[in-house]
Design a protein around this ligand. Sequence first.
Ligand code: PEP
Length: 249
Amino acid sequence: SEKIRPLIAGNWKMNGLSASLSEIALIAEGADAHSQRLDTLICPSATLLVAAGARTAGTSLAIGAQDCSSETHGAYTGDVSAAMVADSGARAVIVGHSERRQGRGETSADVKRKAERAVEAGLQAIICIGETEEEMLKGATQDVLLRQLQGSVPARSKSSSVVIAYEPVWAIGTGRTPSIDNIAGLHAFIRTSLIDLLGEEGRRMRILYGGSVKPDNATEIAGIEDVNGALVGGASLKASDFLAIVKSF
Ligand code: PEP
């Protein structure tokens, strides 16, 4: 099978002010050395998208948003549309992060509509899936992941504009990760499911692992078949940590 180009994406969550743009500039500088081999992306707050885009112009680091509306435009006070994200200069948007599924009650149907709006706007949609600890302990992980894939991934999605991020909810921000064998097994399961859903495009689609990826576990995770990059939360806030993870892939 042909090699899939990795993507290392950073999710800043609700962290970072204008002063943090210097950290983004450092990440861009460091990422350029690896741009032959992989893609890099940082997703800061919506308020920093324009400035982050300006600071990284001419570098290989892309900027993305952390969410977008499932509607195209209209009377949705406080929401940001996919077209607005694209207009800011951003190239990508995370949809269906567990902090929005669990924390904000988003359903897979909502996530699918967000991904559709993102792709229509010319953005890459990073669709997050993942089981809770309770679901994992019940042995329901594969059922949950399949249901989320079936419900959240738009029909006829292309590998050029859709990325899947597998993030076990219990591994996010906790310092806990599944075993290497578990990550390998679940990424293989997601690959098979994507091929069932999307055919050839599913074979080429990137599947990122997310959940407590750090410089000291990135090499092991990067070596797993069907792990085509990482979605990094906490360790993306510091250029030295994020770049150490980039180097591991
Ligand atoms: C995330 O929020 O997507 C994430 C993986 O966070 P962390 O790396 O901090 O676990």
